[in-house]
Design a protein around this ligand. Structure first.
Ligand code: LMR
Length: 332
């Protein structure tokens, strides 16, 4: 059997918590396949370098046969070189008194440099998943500065919001998460996001029951939304640090959908150009998407109800404001 050529996977914030959960799963072959070797380019700031050295020692001690080569660097122009995938975890972390938007000032410049580096040294086909908050606007900044990379190749992680909503429904209905289909979140990865279950159903055998018949309206538009909107903050309050394992899991879910395709709608924060839902151009917005042959498409034929339309508008206003602040900060 001929061996596959190694691909290159670059990860920023590689000394952090999410990375620690993510990297071992990638190295086990779970994401790219157990026959796909890769180079692992680990990027972080100077204080993270000793942690990265320790991480590399642990990777060595795990005897992962898929790792071809590992580098640790503070320089995104080195770290993103020839990258096929870039997972941008690195960002200034939020504390319990901050909203994600409060991080714009610290994080917008980071994503400007990373966008430029991706543009200059990564493969033009690189798939980029932005995770650091405020993730939608950080991803938008990345698209702006990564001039050589198609905007469609840069997405924001909103899969964790979708996963959280499915988990809530599973607990509410006392059904397995795998039986719950076509539930997704729209908008910003912030407290304005909202879950849309108007197309969702419970699948049992071949029977599909619309979720709207199984849960009360009051819960759908009240506690369900609130819990999802505040879940990141709740975890942060309990753990003293942001979600890490569930974020890593959502990254794997998101990339698997993007690479291998989907059967149902999934939430992805993608460039809003040419969407059919009146979201203005040039925002990164969480839409229900389907994926095929390594590309995503925004769902075309949904009919948002009045609640969805109102919430889409609210999220647009918030993201337009974030974009205004970020562009202001990054003016040369
Ligand atoms: C989350 O949703 O858990 C992350 O975006 C981290 C955070 O600060 O909420």
């Amino acid at each position: 059997m001929t061996q596959k050529e190694p691909i290159t996977v670059a990860i920023t914030g590689a000394a952090g918590n999410i990375a620690y959960s993510l990297i071992f799963r990638i190295c086990s072959g779970e994401l790219f396949g157990t026959d796909q070797p890769f180079n692992l380019n680990l990027i972080d700031i100077e204080p993270g370098m000793s942690i990265l050295e320790g991480l590399v020692m642990e990777l060595q001690d795990s005897n992962f046969h898929l790792i071809n080569k590992t580098i640790c660097t503070t320089d995104p122009f080195e770290g993103f070189r020839d990258a096929d995938y870039a997972i941008l975890l690195g960002a200034y972390p939020r504390n319990k008194n901050q909203t994600r938007k409060d991080l714009l000032g610290k994080n917008a410049p980071i994503f400007k440099i990373q966008g430029k580096a991706l543009s200059l040294v990564a493969k033009r086909t690189v798939k980029v998943v932005v995770v650091g908050n405020p993730v939608n606007t950080n991803a938008l900044m990345t698209t702006k500065f990564a001039e050589n990379i198609p905007k469609e190749n840069i997405i924001a992680l909103t899969r964790l919001d979708m996963n959280r909503s499915i988990s809530q429904l599973s607990r509410k209905l006392n059904k397995n998460v795998s039986n719950i289909k076509n539930v997704f979140t729209w908008g910003n990865h912030s407290a304005s996001q909202f879950v849309d279950l108007s197309n969702g159903y419970l699948l049992e055998g071949s029977k599909k029951t619309p979720l709207t018949q199984l849960v009360e309206e009051e819960w759908i538009y009240g506690k369900f939304q609130k819990t999802n909107q505040m879940r990141g903050k709740e975890v942060l309050l309990k753990r003293g640090r942001s979600s890490a394992g569930s974020a890593a899991n959502a990254i794997i879910d998101c990339l698997k959908s993007w690479i291998y395709g989907t059967e149902n709608y999934v939430s992805m924060g993608v460039i809003s150009d040419n969407n059919p839902y009146n979201v203005p151009e040039n925002l990164i917005f969480s839409f229900p998407c389907t994926c095929k042959n390594g590309t995503w498409q925004i769902a075309k034929d949904l009919k948002p109800n009045d609640f969805c339309k109102k919430m889409i508008k609210k999220n647009v206003e918030e993201l337009v404001e974030e974009r205004r602040i970020a562009f202001e900060l990054l003016k040369d």
